[in-house]
Design a protein. Structure first.
Lengths: 197, 197
DNA sequence: ATAAATTGATATCGAGTCGATACTATCTTA
DNA sequence: TAAGATAGTATCGACTCGATATCAATTTAT
């Protein structure tokens, strides 16, 4: 029973409810719903190709209309900023305002998680991350929508020199910190290749 | 970065959105919201001490008033049954109706998960379950509400004979299959003891 | 023993989510 | 240059959710 995948799903379910409940508590203090915090947390991680309403909708698994309303509210509360894209004038770009960043910082949303994982060894975390990441990539592949992930595990990513990285997909240079951000066109390499099944 | 707990949190976040999105899809076909499916899934696992509206509210991290409404809807749709407790006449007991069980079976809700974890070795799953379970128990302890878990990891549980188990907390006999159900008064043993911190 | 407090559940209300649909604006393709 | 695709917004109805109030049953305190 310890090796039952459904046991794992049950744990994830309960963990999800606890984290969600914590978000509700934190959001309540600022008049925000859970989905608003999720949006802000996403925007804090998203790279410059993935900071749009559409990408957020795909990340959250909601329709763009629904997400549009949430973004409107965040904008009214000055927690995010929206600006036109230079290339494609249909596209709206999003970023956290300084108030938004401050609000996330103060919220202490990650504290519960941090303190509860403190005693896990680096090795154990590595195993968990690796296994869940494989599972995530498989699920994303089957679900058929966008695939989210960071450059580290992406097939489009390559190192050009000591400090210069490159994305073959967008054909653009990436800084090291950009390479750690979340991207909506992630394609997993090594451990799991969606093609060979 | 592979060993960063926040990386793990990010994966759980995205996994949660995907699973939630899948529930929305399945629920949409039957006119149910995500929370209704979550309630049914809980009731399919809960033991006989934990099948009440209050326990469900604690599991989901919602108020009892909110949960009461969801249960009303499930009852109207004949997906659950409600009956009075024999001992305490304030208490309402819940169980899935045969329609409810059938509906869960047909939904194929676990298929996505099953197929995506198929290639994880038993050993890998064991490690993941163990690490996340420790984390879950810590979070539950800090959150201060009810602690959910199965007898296997509970300090109140003991084996009386070959096939007979016993719960010291409720002072009642448990069958083997009952021992695998979810309980709202779980207290973790061995790996993590909340007292010694 | 009886009043007070607690507990489990339901009802009501308002703010807000969410999908469906329709719509506008912009870009791409034929 | 017209048709289609894409990004985003607006509107509407069903429903969630917390806050609050209420009720009944149980437990505790005096």
């Amino acid at each position: 029973m310890l090796k039952d995948p459904l046991t794992l799903l049950g744990i994830l379910d309960r963990l999800g409810n606890l984290l969600r409940s914590d978000m509700r508590r934190v959001g309540g203090e600022s008049g925000l719903q859970v989905v608003h915090l999720q949006a802000m947390i996403y925007l804090a991680q998203a790279n410059r190709f993935s900071n749009t309403p559409q990408a957020l909708a795909e990340y959250l698994g909601l329709t763009k209309g629904t997400v549009s309303q949430s973004l409107l509210l965040l904008d009214r509360n000055n927690l995010i900023e929206r600006y036109q894209d230079g290339e494609d004038r249909r596209v709206v770009r999003l970023r956290l305002s300084s108030e938004g960043e401050e609000m996330l910082r103060v919220s202490g949303l990650h504290e519960l998680w941090r303190s509860s994982t403190r005693d896990l060894s680096a090795n154990r975390i590595r195993t968990v991350v690796s296994a869940l990441r494989d599972t995530l990539f498989r699920i994303q592949d089957q679900a058929g929508g966008s695939n989210f992930g960071t450059c580290e595990t992406c097939i489009h990513w390559s190192r050009r020199s000591a400090r210069a990285y490159h994305c073959e997909w967008y054909g653009e240079r990436l800084s090291m910190s950009e390479s750690r951000e979340l991207c909506r066109t992630h394609l997993p390499r090594s451990t799991y290749l969606p093609e060979d099944r």
